[in-house]
Ligand binder design. Structure first.
Ligand SMILES: [Mg+2]
Length: 253
């Protein structure tokens, strides 16, 4: 992996769409969630106005912008409200894409998820490290203070499912299929793009497939995701900020 400082105009030449992961890339890591009985409290993060302006500039330069997150659609719509007219939102780890008010569903996980949900609830709700189920439609996301062995064991009993732990929550996904790559491949069809036309930036384990499906993968955390280039996670700027500054500067020069 090379540092972003070595990224050149040549590397940018074929790029038509830029895909951004959200947590750890456009906003700092960490979701605040609390579940007591049937009441779930969730703190919505805000995208800084600087990043909104940067995305607007990229759009004006002709880049397509795709947001690819494990979060639910309702939350992404809220976060990107101001730029919704021109961004596409791929949510719940590649499960579906929202674009200009239309939803393109990429996977049907109902049959594979329906039996495990009550089992997970039984195990999680009574565990001291459990924080809450994040509201989702196609995946199951369980927040906890740390890894919960019992959750991993329940999921391991189903050969079709897997857990992805990101340091603050588990995503429970259909093994090898329900990944951000599924969403990207569908978005590429929608916008008639080839792999070489796509740059993607992500920071976590659930971004690896996304990065591999793009022609220009950028890692925002070298220890968790591999790319052609990397941006330091703990730099002065958020990874997406650093990347957009770089692209905008190259376009000006
Ligand atoms: Mg992330």
């Amino acid at each position: 992996m090379r540092p972003l400082s070595e990224f050149s105009k040549k590397d940018l030449a074929k790029i038509k769409m830029i895909v951004f992961d959200v947590d750890g890339v456009l906003v700092p890591r960490g979701t605040k969630i609390k579940q007591v009985g049937n009441t779930t409290t969730l703190n919505t993060k805000v995208i800084a106005s600087k990043q909104i302006e940067q995305i607007k500039k990229l759009h004006k330069l002709g880049f397509l912008i795709n947001i690819s997150s494990g979060r639910g659609l309702y939350m992404l719509q809220e976060m990107f409200r101001e730029i919704l007219p021109f961004v596409s939102l791929t949510y719940e780890c590649g499960s579906a894409t929202w674009y200009k008010g239309k939803i393109y569903q990429h996977i049907n996980s109902f049959e594979r998820n329906k039996n495990i949900f009550p089992k997970l609830k039984r195990v999680a709700l009574q565990h001291r490290d459990f924080k809450g189920f994040e509201p989702k439609e196609f995946i199951i996301t369980i927040h906890s203070k740390k890894r919960i062995k019992e959750i991993e064991n329940v999921v391991a009993q189903d050969k079709n499912l897997c857990t992805v732990w990101n340091g603050e929550a588990y995503d429970i996904l259909i093994k090898k299929i329900q990944t951000k790559a599924l969403g990207l491949k569908s978005a590429m069809k929608l916008f008639k793009l080839k792999k070489e036309n796509v740059m993607a930036i992500g920071d976590n384990y659930n971004d690896q497939e996304l990065l591999e499906a793009s022609g220009m993968p950028i890692s925002a955390d070298k220890t968790r995701a591999k790319g052609k280039f990397y941006v330091p996670l703990s730099g002065k700027f958020l990874p997406a900020d650093a990347l957009m500054m770089k692209i905008l500067a190259l376009k000006k020069s």
